[in-house]
Design a binder for this molecule. Structure first.
Ligand code: FES
Ligand SMILES: [Fe+2]
Length: 464
């Protein structure tokens, strides 16, 4: 039996003998403390303490835009005067959806009986109410603070007295770089989506051997050395792979509670057109162009990625592709096409079976994963740390404390920690010697990372 809302994991039982299917007992424990997001749930209240993306600015033009965030139905709109508003979707009068309302100079007017709302929820007009000072004229409609930043609309759905400043991280405002917004919907719970970025081992399989090969064949069979570390903002998961005579070091970051940053992909380059300027290698003439960056940026950042719950069983990636401002449009379009391939279900089923992408691996786990069936390995160390930090943040909010991620110095821009670099990898004599060298390298890089001693330019992906 599942213990609803219990903190006690209910473990499943695996088969322990061949043809042991009958022996298996599946857990149904959904770890509701981490997965359920409605108002009043522990995780829902936690996520409400942070600004969350809910729409692309390009979807909020002359018509209202219906959105769903943390189980709440909302309408996002831009007044004719240009002010953004986020209101509860259902009209205060008798519930018609404001997505069918009329945009006005100051707000939005319900399309059913004309109640008129300002962007902050004040009721400007109740046309058919003849009693002056009636309740309807004195109340407000549900509204939330809203902020637009580089093509994404963010809202704060938490208690007004707890509203934090809108955070500006360094990757949001890097010189010489454009932020190209994206939104990818997934029809499953937010947590299994969020965990994907702290799971570097899947690059070797899903993205190199079995799936869409975004990282090229060079990552296939390259099992990385993986570690996870706490940062002031959340955590980083490091992975180091030997690719011939270089080590490829990736440092994925999680900014609590739900912002991930993944660094540039590195892949064999000769097949990538118009990408010569972003080559990396060992520095010799013959090898310099062997590896190239899939989405180069001044910070070495491929993507920033929020995962927001629309509700308990639907979620969305929101974020930016970080790309050089001077990149030709055709090159940019091709890079982004490669990155976005496999992130949605918009492909024929048989093609997804032959060539699965992130969407297929994440959503096929189920609507809400029963985590009592998980068998975490040492490669899942980043996921284990993330779950621990998430639970700590949820419990901090429940106890009226400030959770990690809010409790940082608000000096803009806030420095972050994701990174990618390569280092020369001369031959080693034994597996033990190789392991010792990789461990030492990882320690050295993490120490430099935490002390901000790594170069903050595109040179990060050139050999030291
Ligand atoms: S339902 Fe909106 S004004 Fe009546
Ligand atoms: Fe992936």
């Amino acid at each position: 039996m599942t213990k609803a809302n219990s903190d006690e994991p209910v473990r499943g039982r695996p088969a322990t003998r061949p043809f042991g299917g009958y022996d298996v007992i599946r857990s149904t424990h959904r770890d509701e403390e981490l997965t359920l997001v409605d108002k009043g749930t522990p995780c829902g209240e936690y996520l409400r303490r942070f600004w969350q993306p809910l729409a692309l600015a390009s979807d909020v033009r002359d018509l209202p835009f219906a959105a769903r965030l943390l189980g709440e139905d909302l309408v996002v709109f831009r007044t004719r005067a240009g002010r953004l508003g986020v209101l509860h979707k259902h009209c205060s009068h008798r519930g018609a959806s404001l997505e069918f309302g009329q945009i006005s100079d100051e707000g939005i007017r319900c399309g059913y009986h004309g109640w008129h709302y300002a962007a902050d929820g004040r009721i400007l007009d109740v046309p058919a109410e003849t009693r002056p000072g009636s309740y309807a004229q004195r109340m407000c409609h549900g509204a939330y603070p809203v902020r637009e930043y580089k093509g994404i609309v963010f809202a704060y759905l938490g208690p007004p007295g707890e509203q934090p400043e809108f955070p500006i991280y360094d990757f949001m405002d890097a010189a010489g770089e454009d932020c190209v917004p994206y939104c990818w919907p997934l029809d499953c719970n937010w947590l299994q989506v969020r965990e994907n970025t702290q799971d570097p081992i899947h690059l070797t399989f899903l993205h190199s051997m079995f799936g869409i090969k975004q990282f090229g064949a060079n990552l296939a069979n390259a099992i990385p050395f993986i570690r996870a570390h706490e940062t002031p903002l959340g955590q980083v998961t490091t992975s180091i792979r030997r690719l011939g005579d270089i080590y490829y070091v990736r440092i994925n970051e999680m900014i609590m509670p739900n912002v991930a940053r993944v660094p540039d992909a590195l892949r064999e380059g000769r097949a990538i057109p118009n990408n010569e300027a972003n080559a990396v290698g060992t520095g010799s003439d013959t090898k310099a162009l062997r590896y190239k960056r899939l989405l180069p940026s001044s910070h070495g950042m491929g993507l920033s990625m929020w995962v927001i719950p629309n509700d308990n069983e639907n979620s969305m990636f929101f974020g930016w592709h970080h790309v050089p401002s001077d990149e030709p449009q055709s090159v940019r379009d091709e890079r982004i096409r490669q990155v976005e391939h496999g992130q949605t279900k918009d492909r024929p089923y048989h093609e997804r079976q032959r060539n699965p992408g992130d969407y297929d691996a994440i959503v096929s786990q189920g609507k809400i994963v029963a985590r009592g069936n998980d068998k975490l390995t040492s490669a899942d160390v980043g996921i284990g740390l993330y779950r621990h930090q998430l639970r700590s943040g949820i419990r901090a909010v429940a106890q009226n404390q400030r959770p990690k991620g809010l409790d940082v110095a608000r000096t803009a821009p806030i420095p972050t920690f994701a990174y990618a670099l390569v280092r020369p990898a001369p031959p080693t004599g034994s597996a033990e010697e190789e392991a010792a060298r990789v461990q030492a390298l990882e320690k050295e890089i993490v120490a430099d990372l935490m002390a901000f001693r790594l170069p903050q330019t595109s040179r990060a992906l050139e050999p030291a």
